[in-house]
Write a protein that binds this ligand. Structure first.
Ligand code: PRP
Ligand code: URA
Length: 207
């Protein structure tokens, strides 16, 4: 799997705000929103464009638009905080939704929502989830997407662990990853270390 780590001072500052335990939910959500814009910008650097003619107030010029606007797929809950930012960057994108939650004991994901276009053949899908820990949740999401015929999957995540990347790589499903950092390890609760804690709780509050 191609893993692109976005190393940029502005991205590092947002990631720091997300890691900092003193950041409250509004600060955490704002940093996630801004960082998502940067990650989506990098993830889409190579997408195909279609040229078309426009006129400036001065002369004829060439215009560009996305050749194949993607389907954005935020993974609920935590990926919801990336959805608006990604759609702001790609206004022509459509959006599907997948709901996954990890079992606290087994760390296995269970799916409670799958709202995706029936046919994803020929579509470009960008999956949004801030955290890749064991990789189980994103793998389940990619299996749902691949089962609908998609062969062009981008993953956009804030933080990954090596275990999660290895699991995705060994799945045999073609995908690319864009992330702000790969942290060294998981703890015994399968949280990323040093990580940023529970990305869903930090955005929306624990309940
Ligand atoms: C988090 C995160 C990922 C998953 C990562 O979601 O948003 O979906 O954990 O862990 P994994 O790589 O080990 O599967 P969580 O299950 O906590 O649900 P939430 O988004 O509703 O908080
Ligand atoms: N999910 C999170 O929100 N954080 C982690 O560190 C691991 C899984």
């Amino acid at each position: 799997m191609d893993v692109k780590i976005v190393e940029h001072p502005l991205a590092a500052a947002r990631l720091t705000a997300m890691r900092d335990e003193r950041s409250d939910s509004p600060r955490f959500r704002a940093a996630l929103h801004e960082l998502t814009m940067m990650l989506v910008y990098e993830a889409t650097r190579g997408v195909a464009v279609t040229e078309y003619g426009i006129r400036t107030p001065v002369a004829a010029a060439t215009g560009y638009r996305l050749g194949n606007p993607p389907v954005l797929v935020p993974v609920l809950r935590a990926g919801l905080g990336m959805a608006d930012a990604a759609q702001a960057m790609i206004p022509d994108a459509s959006m599907g939704f997948v709901g996954l939650a990890r079992d606290e004991e087994t760390h296995e994901p269970y799916a409670y929502m799958e709202s995706l276009p029936d046919d994803l053949a020929g579509r470009h899908v960008i999956v949004l989830d801030p955290m890749v820990a064991t990789g189980g949740s994103l793998l389940r999401c990619c299996e749902m997407i691949a089962a609908r015929g998609c062969t062009d999957i981008d993953l956009v995540s804030v933080l990954c662990a090596p275990d999660g990347i290895a699991k995705l790589e060994s799945s045999g499903i073609a995908m690319r990853m864009t992330t702000a950092a790969v942290d060294p390890e998981l703890n015994d609760k399968a949280y990323i270390v040093p990580g940023l804690g529970d990305a869903g709780d930090r955005q929306f509050g624990a309940y």
